[in-house]
Every structure is written in C-alpha cells, then in structure tokens.
Design a protein around this ligand. Structure first.
Ligand code: ADP
Ligand code: MG
Length: 155
C-alpha cells in the first residue's frame, strides 16, 4: 500500500453522490473522475492520511479514502478527502491539493452507522498522531502547496 507514497495530487472538487457524509459530520471533498483516473491503477483501496489545502489556503491534516464508486457499479474508484478542520461553507469547484503520506486501513463494511462513525473517528485520531511526526510534519511546508502552477501529479 505504501509503494506509491508520498503521492502528490491536485484537482477540482466535484459534487459527490450524496452518501450523507455531511450528515455524519464527516464531509468528504470528492476529486473529479479525471483526477481519479490519473491515480496508479494498482493503488490500494482503503483509508490514508496526509496534508491538504483548498486553493491557496492553509495546509490541514486530512484523511483520504480510495474506494469503489457505487454510482459506476463499483467499476470506478472514488477518491474523497476529509479535511480535519471546520470550513464556513462548501468549496465545490475549487482546487484541492493533497499529499498522501501513509496508509491506515483497508476498506471495510460496517454493520451499523455507529460502527462506521467510530471507525472514521479512530482514523482521524490516527492521522493526527502520525502527522505530528517530524518526517510527516516537514511535508506540510512542501513547495507543492505554495506553487499553484507546480507539478499536478506525483513527483
Ligand atoms: P458530496 O457527496 O458532494 O461529496 P459531502 O457530504 O461529502 O458531499 O460534502 C463534501 C463537501 O463539503 C466538499 O466538497 C466541500 O465543499 C464541503 N466541505 C466542508 N467542510 C469540509 C471538510 N472539512 N472536508 C471536506 N469537505 C468539506
Ligand atoms: Mg463526499
């Protein structure tokens, strides 16, 4: 799962398919299909952690899931980022920049909403701890986040 990491990626935030993540209190900014297609086809599905910024905004901790997209009968992947901070409103159409640094777990099926929410909360706590490590903190200052015209793909 770590073979492609760190993975740098930038692209537009599009509308998802209303799977209710906002209702769970865990909104996920979805990358466009084009951006998802640019990911390595053998990248593992599951939950990752890293850094993210919207437009030229601050760099925040994030958790990111790579999963199968039910809208496309699970033949296409979706890539969704939950930024670990509170935003005033939506940022559809804006450019989201992420660097994916580590893998937390594989995709799971949950038997209840409570189980799903608590798993995501654990993912968030794990991401916060991992990202405080010096080796991960240094990526927060990477030029990738300060150069909008920088390399849009992995480097
Ligand atoms: P959708 O199905 O359209 O992706 P979500 O319920 O997952 O809907 O909400 C995602 C949207 O919420 C994002 O596209 C973004 O505009 C907004 N949003 C607000 N706060 C956050 C956050 N902390 N992390 C990610 N997205 C956020
Ligand atoms: Mg979403």
């Amino acid at each position: 799962a770590m073979r492609h990491l760190p993975y740098f990626c930038r692209g537009e935030v599009v509308k998802g398919f209303g799977r209710g993540s906002k209702e769970l209190g865990i909104p996920t900014a979805n990358f466009s299909e084009q951006v998802v297609e640019s990911f390595p086809s053998d990248i593992s599905t599951g939950v990752y952690y890293g850094w993210a910024c919207v437009g030229n905004g601050d760099v925040h901790k994030m958790v990111l899931s790579i999963g199968w997209n039910p809208f496309y009968k699970n033949i296409k992947k979706s890539v969704e980022t939950h930024i670990i901070d509170t935003f005033k409103g939506d940022f559809y159409g804006e450019i989201l920049s992420v660097v994916i640094l580590g893998y937390i777990r594989s995709e799971k099926n949950f038997t209840s909403l409570e189980a799903l929410i608590s798993a995501i909360q654990e993912d968030i706590e794990e991401a916060k701890r991992q990202l405080d490590l010096p080796e991960h903190l240094k990526l927060k200052e990477d030029n990738f986040f300060r150069l909008p015209e920088g390399k849009p793909v992995n480097h």
